[in-house]
Structure formats: C-alpha cells, structure tokens
Ligand binder design. Structure first.
Ligand SMILES: [Zn+2]
Length: 413
C-alpha cells in the first residue's frame, strides 16, 4: 500500500503558494481571507475525489466524509485534522523549491542567500540524503506547518477513496483555520465533526505521536498607583511603572522559559504596559501537572502580596484565567488512540517517538472538550522560520500512518 508521491508533492506545492498567514488582531474566523482561498480549493478537490458531505462552515471549517468500507458496525468513527493557516510573524505565499534526490550539501535559498540550510548545523538534514526535499526560497515561510499535514490528509483521503477494498470505518476529514493564533477549534461544534476519536497531523519527526501537552493558565497583574506632579511628589506619588518592574524582577528566574526544559513548567511575562498611574503585566503559566500549575499560581499570589505589603497605597490586582489542560489527563483513561498510533508507526518500520509538547495543540482543546485527539507527525522541520523544510518521503509516511491507523481501528473493533 503506497501513497502516490507525485500527487502528494503537487498538492503540497499548490497549497504552500497560497498566503494563509493568520492575524491575531483580526476578529473574524478565519482571521485572514487567504485561508478562505485554500479552504475553497480543498473543498473543490475533496468533491472531485468523491468525498461525501463536503461542507465549508461559515467560520471556515472544512468537513468531509469518507464512507465506511467495512461491514463491521462497531468500528469507531475517526477524524483527521490539519490547520490551513501559517505562523503570523513571517510572510506566507512560498515559492516552493524541490530538491530531488538531495545530495547532502548545503542548500542556499536563492531569494536571500544569507539563508542557508547547512547539514553541518542541522543534523536532521544530513540524514535525508537521497530524499526529495522541499524548501522555500529564502524570504518566506515554507508553510509545511501545517500544509504538510493538509497534503498528507488529502493524499490519504484520495488513497482510501480510490481503493475501497481497504477495510475501514467512517473517516472524517477536518481542516481548520487559525491554529497559530490559538483559535483553531474555538468555533468548531463537536456535533459537526461527529466522530469518536481524532488525530491532528501537526508534529514534526517521523514516528512522532504526541499525547501530552502543557496545562496552561494566563495571568494579569493590574497596578494602580498615585499620580502627582513630580516637583511635589515626595511622600505622595506611587509610581505604577516602578511597581510593575519590581513585580517582574521578583519573579524567580529558575521558573522562566529561559531556564527550563523537558518536563519543567514556567511563568513567562509576555507583555508590560503602563504609565505613572496604571500599569499592567501579562503572563502565561505552564506546567504538565495540575499541582505544578497551582505552585506557579501560588508564586504569583506571594509576589503580589509582598508588593502590596511594601506599598499599601497602591492597588494591586492579580487575575488568573484557565487556558487549556494537558490532554494526557483524558487520554490515559482510554489509551487506544495512542496505542494504535504507536502500532501504525511500527507497521511502517518507523520507531515511535513520544515527547511531551511544551505548548498546546488543537488536540489539547478537542480532547478536553470530549474528543480524544493525539497529534501525529507529517514531516515538517525547522518550522516558523525561513529555513523550514520537509522531505516528501516523510510527508508520505505521515499519510501512510493515517492509512495504517484506519485499518488498525477496523481490525481491533
Ligand atoms: Zn502547526
């Protein structure tokens, strides 16, 4: 069973040329019109492939069905997700360059020769000699995050629709907007997806199966000082700017993103603003465990209380809001989605890799809302940079993992 690599390459190159960069300042869903362009293209391609119930919702979710081929009635329904937007900080609309049968030498990107993919500095690249690599041209993202996922899901869908002898239950395809600005599944109704389990294709290394993400809170400290003319400020003025900077300096560096890795969480100030009278510090709190997250909240409460004691004339208010939770808390109740993904990867001759994601995914939110959704690989590398690249063979392995998975669920049901 093999994925049509020529078709997969065509698709990927077609999708990355469309500018789908998302925009956190836009109130609409999708946040940018380019995402509609790709969604409409995918809608027409899915219809042409013979997918059923192809539907593009008013908020930019594209859903489609690949009907079941099995006679068994007990096979759970599965959905495969990928996001159509690309990272907000770099231009999209890539000019993809295909490096056939990669020779293992440094690749200079022509539109900005300062951008060099050097296997001496990128060991993963050195291992890809002989693969067909795709890069951007130097001034944009490639957009393999997550168009490698989109292309892999499309290639797997095409393969299933063209080979109805492959036994599987009902499979749903779901392409969503705005993952990069953390709104990926905000306006998606789970009743519209209508499946039992799902997977996102949004991980990098071939063999990756991710089922742990951070648990996340956001925190804001609002400080109100006392304004006065600086010439007559003695014993009157309380400068909110000084209190804000004292607050930030009191946060322990050993729980900062700059000093933590692996399974350690952190407190991360992301924004500071203000004037003499009012100041505000925004932060994010991250940990893999709920008690670890609570410990971070306690640090903030202590720092605020101490500052308030030192300056009783100021008003200092801490507000903490929940963002998302580690998907492991739900997945460990029924590990089949993860176990089958591990088995699918093994059947392809790859070594399964599971690491805890130091971030969140659309799957974290879906899992918490009741749809268990681990994240599997699609081959993208060096994401969120001009040096992003992907191997066609890795992308095809992502698509092949989808095919193995749908059959495994059928076999074991
Ligand atoms: Zn992504």
């Amino acid at each position: 069973m093999s994925i049509d690599q020529a078709d997969l390459l065509d698709r990927f190159c077609r999708y990355v040329q469309i500018n789908t960069r998302s925009d956190p300042d836009s109130p609409t869903s999708p946040s940018t019109p380019g995402q509609w362009d790709l969604l409409r293209l995918l809608e027409s391609e899915l219809k042409a492939l013979g997918a059923r119930d192809v539907r593009l919702t008013e908020f930019g979710y594209l859903l489609a069905t690949i009907p079941a081929t099995t006679k068994k009635t007990t096979v759970p329904k599965l959905a495969f997700f990928a996001h159509v937007d690309t990272e907000q900080n770099l231009p999209g609309a890539a000019k993809p360059i295909v490096h056939r049968n990669y020779d293992g030498k440094p690749i200079v990107l022509p539109d900005d020769p300062a951008q060099v993919l050097d296997p001496a500095r990128l060991p993963a690249l050195a291992g890809k000699k002989g693969d067909d690599l795709i890069t951007a041209s130097g001034t944009t993202l490639l957009g393999a995050d997550d168009k490698a996922g989109v292309a892999a899901v499309m290639a797997a869908a095409r393969h299933m629709l063209m080979n109805p002898s492959i036994p599987h239950g009902e499979v749903r395809v779901c392409f969503n907007p705005d993952e990069e600005i953390a709104r990926g599944v905000e306006k998606l109704e789970l009743s519209d997806v209508a499946v039992d389990f799902a997977y996102t294709l949004d991980a990098e290394l071939p063999g990756s199966i991710e089922y742990e993400s951070f648990s996340a809170d956001a925190a804001v400290v609002d400080i109100r000082g006392v304004a006065s003319h600086p010439g007559w400020a003695k014993d009157v003025m309380v400068n909110a700017i000084r209190l804000a900077s004292r607050f930030v300096s009191a946060l322990p560096m050993e729980v900062s993103p700059e000093r933590t890795e692996g399974r350690d969480g952190f407190i991360h100030p992301t924004n500071i603003s203000g004037n003499l009278e009012r100041a505000q510090v925004k932060m994010i709190l991250r940990d893999f465990e709920l008690d670890g997250l609570e410990a971070k909240r306690a640090i903030l409460r202590d720092v605020v209380a101490k500052l308030q004691r030192e300056e009783p004339r100021a008003e200092i208010k801490l507000t903490i809001t929940k963002q998302y939770r580690n998907m492991r808390y739900w997945l460990e109740k029924d590990m089949r989605p993860v176990e089958f993904a591990i088995e699918a990867v093994r059947r392809l001759g790859l070594e399964p890799i599971s690491s805890a994601i130091r971030g969140g995914t659309d799957g974290s939110r879906l899992t918490e809302r009741g749809l268990p959704t681990p994240n599997i690989f699609c081959g993208m590398r060096n994401i969120h940079s001009q040096l992003e690249w992907v191997s066609l063979q890795d992308m095809a392995a992502g698509a092949a993992t989808v095919l193995e998975l749908v059959q495994l669920w059928e076999e074991r049901s």
